[in-house]
Design a protein around this ligand. Sequence first.
Ligand code: FE
Length: 346
Amino acid sequence: MVFLCVSLKEIMIRKVARITSIVLIVSLVLPLSTFANDLVVYSARKEHLITPIFQAYTAKTGVEIEFTTGKEAALVQRILSEGKRTPADILITVDAGNLWYAAEAGILKSVQSNTLEANIPSHLRDPENRWFGLSVRARTIVYHSGRVSPGTLSTYEALADPEWKGRLILRTSKKVYNQSLVAMMIQDIGLDNTKKVISGWVGNLAVPPLSSDTKVMEAIDSGVGDVGIVNTYYFGRLLKKNPRLPLKLYWPNQETTGVHVNVSGAGVTSHAKHPEAAVAFLEWVSSEEAQNLFADVNMEYPVNPQNQANSVVQAWGDFKANPRNVASAGQYQGEAIRLMDEAGYK
Ligand code: FE
């Protein structure tokens, strides 16, 4: 009886051990097998802007794409803390400043692809091939068409002139878009000149900096100020909501450095489980076939020179863009933040 009890106990233990090992094996294999033949994307670009491109890719190739959206910094942290176990193959985000930050954090790997190099102009991708611009946005001057004559506008720098006192509206310096704009200005005109410009902007503000580009335009519309600096697609969105919006875009620095452009883009993660599939997807997004699908949904410019912006975006007019590599937005981000702080730009 005692013997029987012991052997039963042994059998039970063995069974538990076997079940435990099966559970262990399953739990080790499952996170990978769940995503087998799939692609996993972490995206700081909003869900409604990325699902059309994912659906089109799945329809074309059969590749299922799992995705998670979140805030930029949180996604980078998540990939960092997941380390080698991360299911993420691709990180999609906006602004070269953010892409540069992710690359510096070590979560993106260098990718060699002739297709990406052919489809994407070199100044719109990382010189070390860790990320690639997939659409372009311009950060430009917006003005009230009733109260401002475009002939009185010229450059970003000139918004520091006394004639704009109490008329300028800006978004907060905490936003990466402004950090990137100032970072590139530092390289174009130098630290001292940039500081003078930023101090001049601050002195010309009609109200303390606002929290969004849309609020900047709404403040101009309602007469709080006359000029501001915004990303083109926010202008497009507001114009769609209110076709009678008395605001217009102005392309500054046409005789000098060109309009500040930035990208939304993506990179393959350092520990991607499907690196070839990830590169294939990015190659497709950069292709003539997919570029308008990716850019038009957010009223952005295609990154591939073979493609044209859609008619709504084209109606805003042609401009000369700053040809400097957008990676420099990241390289000088720290200096830009310090300089804006010193100049009192909140
Ligand atoms: Fe934005």
